[in-house]
Ligand binder design. Structure first.
Ligand code: S3P
Length: 194
């Protein structure tokens, strides 16, 4: 099996999409892109500000436009926001020539990992755990439907998750070949340290 054009990570807030995405990209010799961070860069404002001023609908418009653009890129691992699956028009964008990975995480882990976060407007209230539970009810079937790979992340280090993902995505390529391909890409992108 050859490598897919893109690996798209979906899953709830606190699933570890950015941490795992960054490490996975390195391992595959791909670039890592985070849809939320690029929206913030383009907009010159953070997500709470966008929610405040444009509402969740405004944010979702930006998110769809961003996914449309980023899913034309090849050789990337793309981390998406937890709500990217909420619009059905996003589904073909997420699936197109991609391996979609659902990082599945317990509510307890999501609560723990997002406890101190101030950058997620949907969780800035008295009962973020209930919010996460309600979102899970609605979104888990969508993540599952879209996913080519469902990967549980509870009680696993990011390193272990990445190793298991690499084996699922590209089981036949031995490590030394992946390393050689990665070095080739680093060289082309001028990021080689050797
Ligand atoms: C959201 C998740 C966030 C971000 C926004 C909305 C959601 O991304 O897109 O706050 O609806 O679940 P992360 O999943 O990266 O936290």
């Amino acid at each position: 099996m050859s490598l897919p054009k893109r690996v798209v990570l979906v899953g709830p807030m606190g699933a570890g999409k950015s941490t795992i995405g960054r490490m996975l990209a390195k391992e595959l010799g791909y670039r890592f892109l985070d849809s939320d961070r690029i929206i913030e860069e383009r907009c010159g404002a953070n997500i709470p500000w966008i929610f405040d001023v444009e509402g969740e609908d405004g944010f979702r418009e930006r998110e769809t436009a961003m996914l449309d653009e980023l899913t034309d890129e090849a050789g990337i691992v793309l981390a998406t926001g937890g709500g990217a699956v909420m619009r059905s028009e996003n589904h073909p964008l997420l699936k197109k020539n991609s391996v979609v990975v659902y990082l599945k995480t317990s509510i307890e882990q999501q609560v723990e990992r997002t406890r101190k976060d101030r950058n997620r407007p949907l969780l800035q209230n008295d009962d973020p755990e209930s919010v996460l539970r309600n979102l899970f009810e609605v979104r888990d079937p969508l993540y599952t439907k879209l996913a080519d790979i469902v990967m549980y992340t509870d009680r696993k280090s990011p390193r272990l998750v990445v190793r298991q993902l690499v084996n699922r995505i590209n089981p036949r390529t031995p490590r030394h070949k992946r390393q050689r391909r990665k070095e080739g890409r680093d060289y082309e992108q001028g990021t080689s340290r050797t």
